[in-house]
Design a protein around this ligand. Structure first.
Ligand SMILES: [Fe+2]
Length: 170
């Protein structure tokens, strides 16, 4: 599914950050990893809290067109921890398609980070086969625009951490 949305409406958590990319829900192979107890335990150790899958499946994001990107955001309330794996990254140039992270600015509103985007920026370009375990609901992050001809495919798994307050009933 193509997502094109340049009118940024990111909230402090979740909302609708600006984006240009394709996305799809994951299939059986990804789902087996998503619910794997050993992996859950491993990721939980990294973040220091028990984790549980926040939904029925993960997703894939395809940054397949020049300029595809994802604007600055923190992940939705159900997604305290994002496990992002790079499956493919062809045609990258310096910094293009990098994950831009602001780990030192965890307490600041997004507007303040946007106003001074170079401060505290940690730019990470995952190579194919690499995975990052990110406190995506807390650490603001974005994906830098793709270079001409670049194709980047990532797997995204979202987890809730048991340190988080329960969701309100609906
Ligand atoms: Fe995110």
């Amino acid at each position: 599914m193509r997502q094109e949305h340049d009118n940024d409406q990111a909230g402090e958590r979740g909302g609708a950050p600006a984006r240009r990319l394709f996305s799809s829900v994951g299939g059986a192979a990804q789902q087996a990893l998503y619910f794997n107890e050993a992996l859950l335990g491993f990721f939980g150790k990294i973040v220091g809290a028990p984790l549980r899958p926040s939904g029925p499946q993960g997703s894939y994001s395809y940054y397949a067109r020049t300029g595809d990107y994802l604007g600055l955001h923190r992940d939705i309330a159900e997604c305290d921890v994002a496990v992002i794996s790079c499956l493919c990254d062809d045609g990258a140039q310096a910094g293009s398609g990098a994950l831009q992270l602001y780990p030192a600015r965890i307490a600041e509103p997004l507007s303040q980070i946007r106003a001074t985007p170079d401060r505290g920026l940690v730019s990470v370009r995952l190579r194919p086969g690499q995975t990052i375990v990110l406190l995506g609901g807390y650490v603001a992050h974005a994906t830098a625009p793709m270079a001409h001809g670049q194709k980047r495919l990532i797997s995204v798994l979202c987890y809730r951490g048991d340190w988080a307050p329960p969701l309100p009933d609906h």
